[in-house]
Design a protein around this ligand. Structure first.
Ligand SMILES: C[S@@+](CC[C@H](N)C(=O)[O-])C[C@H]1O[C@@H](n2cnc3c(N)ncnc32)[C@H](O)[C@@H]1O
Length: 275
């Protein structure tokens, strides 16, 4: 396992994922029954943008730092902008929140959060970041297996699946995990992040989801450049499973990233058709 999210924290793909996650959590934490959130690939929770990894990649500079400098960014980014500004006490932006930080902050006292991270060093850092939070547990464990084991058979649950795609079986494990989650809890909701390198790989994954996961699904494609080089991450996709209709807001998030952070970018929001 060589992947370190510190190289990529705050890049264009994090902005799409984290703005969409905050939008979804705002919807799911309106007054109502408790919610359990399971984060299968949590990472370390908080990232140092002044550290060697972020400075070497330059990805945060082309992502969150550009968003923070933008006057009049769309309302759909304001929650993320406010969180990043507060984390940096209104000063220079050197710290960026990972999904654990965003989720833990958004949840109510009645909700629960389970954060899974397989790398022991990343998990140690995550435990420190989440220390003292009520109703939060971290597991140094395989997130796919843990998500199914930890999913309550009844009640409201949101599963975030955000793998590093270092291994070829991440695509099949995502599909199998979602099918197992929906068998365990027919109301389970999920947000999945996928890279876009070439369209064949993305399409194959979306077709497998349509064949295996019997739930309404929406795909959000954000391409930051034409797909001419399949060795590059040319964009990212989100798939929302069984979630409320947030298409308009997700379209704004995706379009802003494709147009403002990309060159020749494309944004699309469309429904998938379960078989
Ligand atoms: C893309 S990063 C997660 C970023 C995080 N979700 C966020 O938005 O801030 C993926 C993480 O998954 C971890 N990981 C890799 N395989 C895993 C597995 N099978 N189960 C749990 N974590 C895993 C990696 O060590 C890495 O920290």
């Amino acid at each position: 396992m060589n992947y370190r999210h510190a190289f990529h924290a705050g890049n264009f793909a994090d902005l799409v994922k984290h703005a969409a996650l905050l939008r979804l959590l705002a919807e799911l934490t309106r007054p109502g029954p408790p919610l359990t959130v399971i984060d299968t690939h949590a990472g370390r929770g908080l990232y140092d943008l002044a550290g060697p990894e972020a400075r070497k990649s330059g990805e945060a500079e082309a992502g969150i730092l550009q968003l923070m400098r933008t006057k009049g960014a769309p309302a759909e980014f304001q929650s993320l902008i406010r969180t990043v500004a507060a984390l940096n006490e209104g000063g220079e932006v050197t710290r960026y929140p990972g999904s654990p930080w965003l989720i833990a902050q958004a949840l109510r006292a009645t909700d629960k959060y389970v954060a899974c991270e397989l790398r022991p060093d990343e998990h140690d850092a995550l435990r420190v970041v989440l220390r003292g939070r009520q109703n939060v547990r971290t597991l140094c464990a395989d997130g796919y297996a843990a998500a199914v084991a930890e999913c309550p058979p009844k009640g409201r649950v949101l599963v975030l699946i955000d793998p590093p795609f270092e291994k070829p079986d991440d695509y099949t494990r995502i599909v199998d995990t979602l099918a197992a989650l929906r068998r365990r809890n027919r109301d389970a909701q999920a947000l999945v992040w996928l890279p876009i390198k070439d369209l064949e790989t993305l399409d194959a994954c979306l077709r497998d989801l349509e064949d295996s996961v019997g739930a309404p699904m929406t795909a959000v494609e954000t391409r930051i450049r034409p797909l001419t080089d399949p060795m590059k991450m040319n964009g990212c996709a989100l798939v929302l499973i069984g979630c409320p209709d947030l298409d308009a807001g997700l379209g704004v998030i995706s379009s802003w990233v494709a147009q403002s952070l990309g060159v020749g970018g494309v944004a699309r929001v469309y429904p998938l058709s379960p078989q």
